[in-house]
Design a protein around this ligand. Structure first.
Ligand code: ZN
Length: 138
């Protein structure tokens, strides 16, 4: 798909990722707290910790995957509770390169994205099955 195919239909967005970045032990502790708070409040799939940069990401981080229905609750909550952490939010439309570069939303600083591991021709299905049971209303 090229830019000529815009506008993209909303139903192309299968899910979203929020990548919560941290740099150093103090920010890691903050990221731990945020992770617990997210798990208590939202239907999300929490990815494992990456204490070193992986894939296109410039800093250590973990990923939070969620369905579009959770976007209007989770994203505003992150806006007001991120405690200085940088968070990248991007849609998953099956075109990882465009999703990370052109369609991304940043909370806090804009970090570099390494384009080498990204392409727009990944056809792997993104299936999100939230595995947490929120217990606290946000
Ligand atoms: Zn992602």
């Amino acid at each position: 798909m090229s830019k000529d195919d815009l506008p993209l239909k909303l139903d192309r967005i299968e899910s979203y990722h929020a990548h919560v970045y941290f740099d150093g032990s103090e920010q890691r502790e903050t990221a731990e707290l945020l992770r617990e708070e997210i798990a208590e409040r939202f239907s999300v799939l929490l990815g494992r910790w990456h204490d070193r940069p992986v894939g296109p990401h410039a800093l250590a981080m973990y990923q939070v995957a969620f369905l579009p229905v959770e976007f209007p609750r989770l994203v505003p909550w992150l806006m007001v509770n991120r405690r200085g952490l940088t968070i990248l939010i991007h849609p998953n439309t099956g075109e990882p390169k465009s999703d990370h570069l052109e369609r991304a939303l940043w909370l806090g600083a804009v970090l570099e994205i390494d384009t080498a591991p990204l392409s727009d021709h990944e056809d792997s299905e993104v299936e999100i099955v939230p595995n947490t049971r929120p217990t606290v209303s946000p």
